[in-house]
Each structure stands twice: as C-alpha cells, then as structure tokens.
Ligand binder design. Structure first.
Ligand code: PSU
Ligand code: MN
Length: 310
C-alpha cells in the first residue's frame, strides 16, 4: 500500500462542500467540452460563463476534472485554466480515472467520468452539451461511448441537448432503452438533435417544469431499482439552432473527411466537431454554446427543485 494519505475522490471545493452539507443546489459540469470540445481561447471564457450561469440560478457549480492526479469537483480558476490550456490535458473516460490518478496525469472528464465522480461526491444533477453515443460506423468499429453503460449504473440526472448528429441517433436511443436509462424530453415530444432542436426521433416522456423532473428523481429513489441515470433532453431554442440545411450538408462532408483520413477512437468526436465549426463559419459553435447554456440553466433549476424536495 502507498504510504502517503490518499486525497478524497473527488476533492470538493469549499463552496461545493458547504452547499452539499446544507443541502443547497449543486450542479456538476463536465470538462471535456472545455478542453476538447471548444476552440481556445474561447473555451476558458465559456467554462467561467457556465459556472456563472449556475450561480445566477441560485446553485453552486462543480466543474469536474483531474489535475496532477487529483480528481476535483469544483475547480479554482488556476485549475480551470490548466484544463482550458489543453497542453497535455488528456480526455478521461470512466475507465481512465484509475490510471490518471495513479500516474499523476491531468485530464478533462467526459460524461462517463464526470457522472461517476459527481455521483461519488453525492451530487445528483449534471449538465453537459451532448452525450456520447453509438457511432455511425458501429458495425465495423464497435465504437459506442462508455457514457451509455456508465449511465445505466449511476444514479444521476444528466441534462443534455441530445447527442450530436455525428453519431447514430436512433441507435443511441435504442441502446439507452436496452440499458434501462430513462429519457425524458423537457418541453418536447421528440429527442433534440443537439445543433438542431429536433432530431425527429420520438421520446416517450415529456415534462414541462423542473419540479416534474425532481418528482421523477424522487420516484426513481423510491423504486430502489437498478442505480440508473435519468437523461433530461433539452432542445436548443429553434431561434438559436444551426440552419438544418447547412447542418445536413456539412455533416455529410465531415463524415466523409473522417473516413478518408482514417480517424478512429477518441479522436473522432473532436475531429468532427472542429470540422463542423470551420465548415459552418462558426455557426455550429454558436448553436453548440446556446445548447450548453440552456442545459446548464435548466440543470441549476432542476437542482433547485431537487433541493426543495429534500
Ligand atoms: N458531445 C459534445 N461535446 C463533447 C462531448 C460530447 O457535444 O465534448 C464529449 C463528452 O465529454 C462526452 C464525450 O462524454 O465527448 C464522449 O466521448 P467518447 O465518444 O470518446 O466516449
Ligand atoms: Mn468512442
């Protein structure tokens, strides 16, 4: 056994610790979107802005990341800057946490790693952009994000704008069904399409208010079934979505380029996202940011409703 005292996992910021103890609302935020999902230097400003949006709604932000082998929920500015700088910042899924902690690595956490660490810290609400999912070439590559199976065994509520259309959306919804992960549309009867308000795929459950989500969370606990997550699918406002025709055209180009260059594995998502930003002259980035902002605000309102129930 190592002789040093291991730090708690994750280490909580002072304000997160106090909020949890007082049962005040806290929202976990992921960091992969900052390190690998958005262009520098805008990403740092966005990371700070998202935390501010949580505060405006009366909740406390807990951005999750690993810095020098220590997992945090609640980053100070210096650590957020390390993550946003990108240099030597790895992308950490749930399975990468043990190697990262053991080797002193620095990395941004995906939905799977963030959900795991947040739930471990006692946080119940998590806001992100889009979930990982089943890739379009699944039959050849078996590439399905570990986000899905982790959410099947983690009791957390994840607010997202659906999954990016670079993925196979119907297959991702099917996997969520198979894995027993609840999906509820917020103000929508269809699953959002991340850049687009509507993916065209139906959802079985719709809620109109944050309180209704909190009621579902309470019912999950009362049922005491498998420790699965609840996915709250929150569409980007139609006024801020990417033009659907532009979306369809550049998506086809991005997928073709990815195939041609033989890009695979963890590199696929960042490559496609960057391609879309360039090919849309930045409008995919604006739609992306609008979606994330909406999710973070809604996450804070759900956390508030959840805290009010307790
Ligand atoms: N979707 C986005 N932006 C992102 C991601 C997903 O719109 O940055 C990130 C999330 O952190 C998600 C991860 O958990 O990509 C999934 O990666 P993979 O497919 O390698 O599991
Ligand atoms: Mn993958």
């Amino acid at each position: 056994m190592p002789q040093h005292t291991a730090p708690e996992v994750p280490v909580l910021s002072e304000e997160v610790r106090e909020a949890l103890a007082a049962r005040r609302p806290v929202v976990a935020l992921e960091s992969t979107i900052i390190a690998h999902g958005l262009p520098r230097p805008r990403n740092l400003a966005v990371g700070l802005e998202l935390e501010e949006l949580v505060r405006e709604q009366g909740a406390v932000p807990a951005t999750v990341a690993v810095v020098d082998g220590v997992a945090y929920a609640g980053l100070d500015k210096a650590r957020l800057e390390r993550i946003a700088a990108g240099e030597g910042v790895r992308k950490l899924g749930h399975r990468d946490l043990a190697p990262a902690l053991a080797t002193g690595a620095t990395g941004a956490t995906t939905v799977s790693a963030t959900a795991f660490l947040a739930a471990r810290a006692g946080l119940r609400v998590f806001a992100t952009g889009g979930l990982g999912g089943v890739h379009r070439e699944f039959a050849q590559t078996q590439d399905e994000s570990a986000d899905l199976s982790l959410l099947a065994r983690t009791r957390i509520t994840v607010v997202c704008a659906g999954v990016k259309s670079i993925l196979d959306v119907p297959a991702t919804l099917q996997r969520l069904e198979t894995l027993g992960v609840g999906v509820v549309g917020f103000g929508t009867r269809t699953f959002p399409g991340f850049y687009l308000a509507d993916s065209g795929e139906p959802v079985d459950w719709t809620v109109e208010r944050p309180e209704a989500v909190a009621d579902m969370m309470a019912a999950q606990d009362a049922l005491a079934g498998p420790e699965s997550a609840l996915v709250v699918a929150n569409p980007v406002p139609v006024s801020e979505q990417l033009d659907p025709r532009l979306h369809d055209r550049v998506l086809a180009e991005a997928l073709a380029e990815c195939r041609e260059r033989g890009i695979t594995g963890q590199a696929v998502t960042p490559f496609l996202l960057e391609f879309l930003v360039r090919a849309t002259g930045g409008s995919s980035l604006e739609a992306n940011l609008a979606a994330v902002r909406g999710n973070v605000r809604l996450g804070a309102r759900i956390a508030g409703a959840w805290a009010a129930l307790a």
